[in-house]
Design a protein around this ligand. Structure first.
Ligand SMILES: [Fe+2]
Length: 482
C-alpha cells in the first residue's frame, strides 16, 4: 500500500513538474541567455592518421558504413558503405538472428571525382519489407574483410508510438565533434535528425575528398547502427567553378542517399518520412524554394499527406534557421521564412529544427505572418499555432562557436547559449514530448535545459477542431491560390 502511495506521489510530483515546465514553454515571456562560459578548446580537425579515423582491417574492407530510413513508413533501411580498392560486392546479408543471415539484398555502387580526388566505390543497398520493432543483423564485404552490424526497426506508424530522436548539426571532425557524438550515443536516441553540414571537407584545399572519407569513418560508430535522417547544409554545396566543379552537392549526393522517391520528391535534398508517431519533413535551404519551384510544389503536396490522427508530431528540418538571434548568419533563413512560415503556422507544425549557427537557441511559439511589407507589425508576435524554432548548429566543427548574440535578447528567443552539444526529443504519446539540450561542457555530458512540448494538434481541442474543420487539402489549396 505504502509502495502504491509512493508511486502515486511520484507521479503527482512528475505531473506538477511537467506542468511547470510546460508553462515555461507556453507562457514565459522573457528569454534567458545562459551565462555559462565555455573554456575555449582549439577547433581543429582530428589528424587524418588518428585512431578515430582507423581504416577497418582486411583487403578492401567496407568502411564509412551508414544507414538511413529507406521508405516512407519505416519498413525499409538503406545501407551504404565505401570500398576503396575495388568495387567488391554490393550485397547485404541480413536476418533477425545473429549469425543466421537468411535474407539478402543486392545493391549498386557508384563513384565520383572532385578535381584531383577520386572517391572509392560507394555502395547503396535497400533492405525492404522489414518487420516493425525488430532487431536485424547485417553483414557486408567478402572473405576475411566481412563486417557485421545491427539496427532496430521503428514501431509501426501509430498515434501513440513512443520514440526518441537525437538532433545533431554542423558536426565536422574535431575532438569536440567526437565528444558530441559520444555523448549522443549514450543518450538513448534511436534515430538522428541531422540538420546539415557534415564533414567540412570543403574547408580544405580543393575540397579534399579524403576528409569526406575520414568523416564517414568517424561517425560510423553511430551511423552503422541507427538511421541518420540527412539534410544538406551550405558545406555540402561544394560549388567550385574555379576547379571545374559546377554540380552542387556532388559528394553529398553520391555518398548520402535519401528515400526521396518514397515521398514523391524529385530531389534527394528534400523529402519526408514517417517514423513512429512523427511526420518528418526535410527541406533544403540551398535549393530553390520560392513559389512554383520543385521544392515549393513538393512541400505543398507533402503537407496534404500529413495526418495528425496517425502521426501527431509534425517536425521540419532545415539548415538555415528561420528564427535565431545570433550575429552569425543573422536572417539568412529570412527568404525561406517568407515562403513557408504561413504554412507552418496554419498546419501547426510542432518544431522546426535547424543548424548553421554554431550555438544553441530555442524560440517561444511566435510568428510573423501578418506583416506583409505594407501592413502589420514588423516583429514576431506570440502565436500558439506557431512552431518552436530550435537551432542545434553546435556539433563542434572546425569553425568554432558563434558566441556573439544580439543584445538585448529579442523577445522571441527563449534560451540561448554558445556551447557545443546535441538535443534529444522523446515523443511520449500523442500529447506530450520531453525535450532536452545537452551541453558537452568540455568532455562531460551536461543537461542544460529541459522543456515539455505539448502537441500542437492533440494538446488543444480548439485547435484540433479548427484544423479538422478546415480540411487540410482545402486549406493548402487556398494557400496555393494566393
Ligand atoms: Fe552551415
Amino acid at each position: 500500500m505504502f509502495t502504491i502511495y509512493r508511486i502515486q506521489s511520484s507521479i503527482f510530483h512528475l505531473l506538477v513538474r511537467s506542468l511547470v515546465l510546460t508553462c515555461l514553454v507556453e507562457i514565459a515571456s522573457s528569454g534567458f541567455t545562459s551565462t555559462f562560459i565555455r573554456s575555449q578548446c582549439p577547433s581543429t580537425d582530428i589528424p587524418l592518421d588518428s585512431v578515430e579515423f582507423a581504416i577497418p582491417k582486411g583487403y578492401n574492407a567496407p568502411q564509412q558504413v551508414h544507414i538511413t530510413q529507406g521508405d516512407y513508413d519505416g519498413r525499409a533501411v538503406l545501407v551504404s558503405w565505401v570500398t576503396m580498392v575495388e568495387p567488391g560486392s554490393s550485397e547485404v546479408l541480413y536476418g533477425t538472428l545473429k549469425d543466421n543471415y537468411d535474407l539478402s539484398a543486392q545493391g549498386t555502387f557508384t563513384n565520383y571525382t572532385f578535381y584531383n580526388y577520386s572517391s572509392g566505390y560507394i555502395h547503396h543497398c535497400l533492405l525492404s519489407g522489414l518487420e516493425y520493432n525488430r532487431k536485424y543483423y547485417y553483414k557486408i564485404g567478402k572473405g576475411s574483410s566481412v563486417r557485421e552490424f545491427w539496427f532496430i526497426t521503428p514501431p509501426e506508424v501509430d498515434i501513440d508510438a513512443p520514440y526518441t530522436f537525437g538532433i545533431i548539426g554542423d558536426l565536422g571532425q574535431t575532438y569536440n565533434s567526437l565528444s558530441t557524438l559520444e555523448h549522443y550515443m549514450k543518450s538513448g536516441g534511436q534515430t538522428v535528425l541531422f540538420v546539415g553540414d557534415l564533414s567540412y571537407a570543403d574547408q580544405y584545399q580543393y575540397n579534399d575528398g579524403s576528409r569526406w572519407d575520414s568523416w564517414g569513418r568517424l561517425v560510423e560508430r553511430s551511423t552503422a547502427y541507427q538511421p541518420w535522417i540527412w539534410s544538406a547544409g551550405n558545406h555540402e554545396i561544394e560549388y567550385r567553378p574555379d576547379l571545374g566543379e559546377v554540380f552542387p552537392f556532388k559528394a553529398f549526393l553520391h555518398r548520402y542517399a535519401t528515400p526521396h522517391v518514397a515521398s514523391k520528391s524529385s530531389s534527394p535534398l528534400w523529402y519526408a518520412v514517417r517514423r513512429a508517431s512523427a511526420h518528418i519533413i526535410v527541406l533544403s535551404s540551398y535549393s530553390p524554394f520560392v513559389k512554383y519551384t520543385p521544392q515549393w510544389l513538393w512541400l505543398l503536396e507533402e503537407l496534404k499527406q500529413v495526418d495528425r490522427e496517425k502521426t501527431p508530431w509534425l517536425i521540419v528540418l532545415m539548415h538555415a534557421p528561420l528564427y535565431n538571434s545570433n550575429e552569425a548568419h543573422y536572417m539568412e533563413g529570412e527568404s525561406m521564412r517568407a515562403a513557408f512560415e504561413g504554412w507552418f503556422v496554419r498546419l501547426k507544425v510542432d518544431v522546426v529544427f535547424a543548424g548553421h549557427v554554431h550555438a544553441y537557441e530555442r524560440s517561444y511559439r511566435i510568428s510573423n505572418i501578418n506583416y506583409n511589407i505594407t501592413s502589420g507589425t514588423r516583429y514576431p508576435l506570440p502565436d500558439k499555432s506557431a512552431p518552436v524554432y530550435i537551432t542545434v548548429g553546435d556539433g563542434g566543427n572546425q569553425e568554432g562557436l558563434a558566441s556573439r548574440f544580439l543584445d538585448p535578447q529579442p523577445e522571441y528567443s527563449a534560451f540561448r547559449e554558445a556551447s557545443y552539444g546535441h538535443s534529444i526529443l522523446e515523443l511520449k504519446n500523442r500529447t506530450h514530448a520531453f525535450y532536452h539540450w545537452i551541453r558537452n561542457d568540455d568532455g562531460k555530458s551536461v543537461p542544460a535545459e529541459h522543456v515539455v512540448f505539448r502537441n500542437q494538434y492533440w494538446a488543444s481541442n480548439g485547435r484540433r477542431r479548427r484544423l479538422r474543420k478546415n480540411n487540410l487539402s482545402h486549406l493548402m489549396s487556398q494557400t496555393a491560390s494566393y
